[in-house]
Design a protein around this ligand. Structure first.
Ligand code: GAL
Length: 349
C-alpha cells in the first residue's frame, strides 16, 4: 500500500490536497477533503491499460464552481425532501429549497461543499482516508450539531469501501450517500448505455412531480426497471415506459433487500472486462444515468454528454421522512449512525 498527496487547489485560502491510495495491483483511488469526494479510480482493462473509471475533474476549482456532485459525499440527506419540509417528534422544520421548491442533496451548503478534515492510515493490505466534519445546528435549516465521519478504504482485493458514522446532540435527519458516477470504458467519449446492469431489487420507487417519490413502490417485473438478471442499461432509455420517459432514462430508487455478503448491484463493460460489484447495508440504491448533457463545463476539456456515467447511490429511500414505509432516517443522540457500502473492482476475462 502506498499513500501520496499533491496539491489539488485552494479553498477559502486553504491549500487542499488530493490524496492517492495505491494497492499492490497498481489500482488507485484519489480523493479530496473538499466534499470528501472521490476524484479518480484507476483500474486496468484486459490489456493491462489503466484508466480512470469515474467522473472527476483534475482540479478543485471546477468542483467549487459547478457543484456537479461528482464522487462527493452527499448529506445530511441525499435526494429530495419534498418542499424542504418535515417534522420530527411533532416539531416542524423548513430546510433550504435549492431545486424547484424542494430540498436536494443536503441543500445550498450540503456536506459536498464543505472542506472536511482528514487523516490517513496504512495497514498491511489496506489503506484509508478518514474524513471528518462537524455540521452545526441550523446548517441548511437542520436541527442538531452533528459529527460525521466518512472513511474511504482501498484494499488489496481492489475494493473501495465507504464507511459512514455520525452522531448528533439533538434529533435530526441523516441519510448520506456517495454520488460517484462510473464509466467503465474509462473514456467519456463512450457512454454507459452498453454497460450490463444488475440490481437485486424486486421493486422501485415511482417518481411524481419534480422527481419526488409518490410513495408507491412498484414491481420491476415486466418493466424496464427489471435488472434482476443483468441487462443493458439501454433497456431503460429505449423503453416507452412513462417513468423512464419522464426522466429520459433512470433517476430512480431501487429497493434492496441487503444481506451480509450478498451482491446488491453490479455494472459490467464487456469491451474492457471491467466490472464493479456493489454490496451495501442500505435499503435502496438510486441509479441515475447523467440523463442530460452537462451545460457550462467540460471534463478535463471533453464534453460531458448525456449518459456519460451511471451512479449507484446507496441510501435509505429519498423523502423517507415524508413517506410511510420508506424507512427511518431520524438520527438521535442515543443512537449514532453507521453504514457501509463496498464497491469491488473485478476484471473478467
Ligand atoms: C441525482 C438526482 C438527480 C440529479 C443528480 C445530480 O441523485 O436523483 O435528479 O439531481 O443527482 O445532478
Amino acid at each position: 500500500m502506498h499513500i501520496s498527496q499533491k496539491k489539488f487547489g485552494t479553498f477559502q485560502n486553504q491549500e487542499v490536497p488530493a490524496i492517492t491510495l495505491t494497492n499492490k495491483n497498481g489500482v488507485s483511488i484519489t480523493a479530496t477533503p473538499f466534499g470528501a469526494s472521490i476524484v479518480e479510480w484507476n483500474v486496468p482493462d484486459q490489456k493491462g491499460v489503466l484508466d480512470n473509471i469515474i467522473l472527476g475533474f483534475n482540479q478543485l476549482d471546477e468542483y467549487i464552481e459547478y457543484r456537479p456532485y461528482y464522487g462527493a459525499t452527499i448529506g445530511r440527506v441525499a435526494g429530495r425532501i419534498s418542499q424542504g419540509m418535515f417534522s420530527i417528534d411533532g416539531k416542524s422544520y423548513q430546510v433550504s429549497q435549492n431545486e424547484n421548491g424542494n430540498h436536494l442533496h443536503g441543500g445550498i451548503q450540503g456536506l459536498d461543499t464543505k472542506l472536511w478534515n482528514f487523516e490517513t492510515k496504512k495497514r498491511a493490505h489496506e489503506a484509508s482516508i478518514i474524513f471528518s466534519c462537524e455540521d452545526q445546528h441550523g446548517s441548511n435549516g437542520y436541527p442538531g450539531n452533528i459529527m460525521v465521519q466518512v472513511t474511504y478504504t482501498l484494499t488489496d482485493e481492489d475494493e473501495w469501501k465507504v464507511a459512514y458514522s455520525a452522531s448528533t446532540d439533538q434529533p435530526t435527519l441523516f441519510n448520506p450517500t456517495n454520488h460517484v458516477y462510473f464509466n467503465l470504458h474509462g473514456d467519456i467519449s463512450k457512454n454507459i448505455l452498453d454497460h450490463q446492469l444488475f440490481v437485486h431489487a424486486e421493486t422501485y420507487a415511482e417518481l411524481g412531480d419534480s422527481n419526488n417519490p409518490t410513495g408507491r413502490l412498484l414491481p420491476v417485473e415486466g418493466t424496464p426497471f427489471d435488472f434482476r438478471e443483468a441487462a443493458s442499461v439501454s433497456q431503460s432509455t429505449e423503453s416507452d415506459h412513462p417513468q423512464t420517459k419522464k426522466v429520459s432514462g433512470l433517476d430512480h430508487p431501487f429497493v434492496l433487500n441487503p444481506k451480509k455478503d450478498q451482491l446488491d448491484a453490479s455494472i459490467f463493460d464487456e469491451e474492457t472486462g471491467r466490472k464493479i460489484e456493489m454490496t451495501t447495508d442500505q435499503a435502496a440504491v438510486v441509479i441515475f444515468l447523467h440523463n442530460g448533457k452537462a451545460e457550462g463545463y467540460t471534463l478535463n476539456g471533453q464534453p460531458i454528454e448525456a449518459y456519460s456515467g451511471i451512479t449507484l447511490e446507496t441510501q435509505a429511500l429519498p423523502d423517507a421522512i415524508n413517506q410511510e414505509n420508506f424507512g427511518d432516517i431520524i438520527l438521535r443522540p442515543e443512537n449514532p449512525y453507521t453504514s457501509e457500502t463496498v464497491y469491488r473492482f473485478v476484471l473478467e476475462s
